[in-house]
Design a protein around this ligand. Sequence first.
Ligand code: URA
Length: 475
Amino acid sequence: MQRVTLPEVGTFDAWREAARGALAADMPPEEIVWQRGQSGADLFGEEAPVPPAPEGARFTVPKSFLQTVRLALWHRDPERFARAYAMLWALQAQPRLFEDRGDARVAKLNALAKEVGRDKHKMTAFVRFRDIGASGDARRRFAAWFEPSHYIMEPTAPFFAKRFGDMDWTIVTPDLTAQFEAGKLSFAPGQAKPPLPEDATEELWGTYFRNIFNPARVKLKAMQAEMPKKYWKNMPEAAHIPGMIAGARARAAEMQAAAPSLPPLRAERITARFAETRAEMPGEGKMAEALAGCRRCPLWENATQAVPGEGPLDAQLMFVGEQPGDREDLEGRPFVGPAGQVFDRVLQEVGIARDEVYVTNAVKHFKFRPQGKRRLHQAPNNHEIDHCRWWLDLERERVRPKLTVALGASALRGLTGNGTGLLKRRGKLEMAGEQAVFVTVHPSYLLRLRDPQQRADEEAAFRADLAEVARLVAA
Ligand code: URA
């Protein structure tokens, strides 16, 4: 029996290397015990590295298998490595096996991958950063605590590195800590859940994070040395936490008192960035990139991503909704959730092709209130709509549609500066600058109607509005 221990960082690459070596050495799956993180001999076999596959050795596997394994290997299922290797082994004799969704081994690997995918998604949506920066910091600093269901910190870290590339951040999970400093991503051991109450003040969190993530204290190298998770709880750092916390409030207060009043560092940087992006506009692709870094209002903080408009830049027709919903926030595309389905259906009924129109929102970040595991939509306020008009105006300038449709009051405010009296203005044309705007309701209004008859009537009225829109554009 051969035992293969995979490191806690770089697990996927190490598995792939070892699996290629084992395959080249003709080692059947039942002769390998796979594990992660803890080396040394045990009851199940001797530890000896698998010799690498000879240079030039080629094993052909379907792309779908690799895609699945890339996710499945981060699952907590203790058999995941063995399952993946057994499938790799079986694929050598049956190259099309992975297409057989009815095969229990294929189905299991796919199910693991799906669960990991969902967990990653949740992490990107629900990590909440706390500002732990101090006034003298050259870069903004944030930290977050998160408990994923699977070992997803490593494969999800690049998402955060890309999204928050302009700041330093740390995400701590019980398994692994990801740190992003000055544009460089590194990993350190996981930590136990911080012994802080949920409602601890920002200063307390800040002090806590600053102390436990002082690079001098965290043994980065230890991670590579496969530190067994069971010892993490007893790390000296952890033992000091209660003491650090006890004095944290006072230290934070001292720091605050000692610091000069906050320089407008952040504001300056952001203003400078927007000046640059404005100068770059309206280059193709640049807008989405610039929008991703938008900090014009606080909505970016809790949203997964900014959702740009979508559609051809020479579209004759532009639709403007309110803001991305839960689904849109995760997918990064407008109108793909339940309201989007109503919208798509009615568009189709009146003969408007969605891929020929430009679809966007008055506000580009999802605003919500968490309730348990759900994120409940909250309408953007006037201030948020007005701040986001900068982007909407830019889109209108780039597309210059023949007709723009305001879907609901927020869109109407974004377009005309006044969102009041929607029902009185509905079905009519207004001018917003030099561009014509047609006013109608938002498709989610239809979804909120409980009475089936009323809903059918309102949907018919919405259909009539969009039929009129189609007529106006064709005229
Ligand atoms: N509602 C909106 O206004 N826009 C979307 O993209 C989705 C729902």
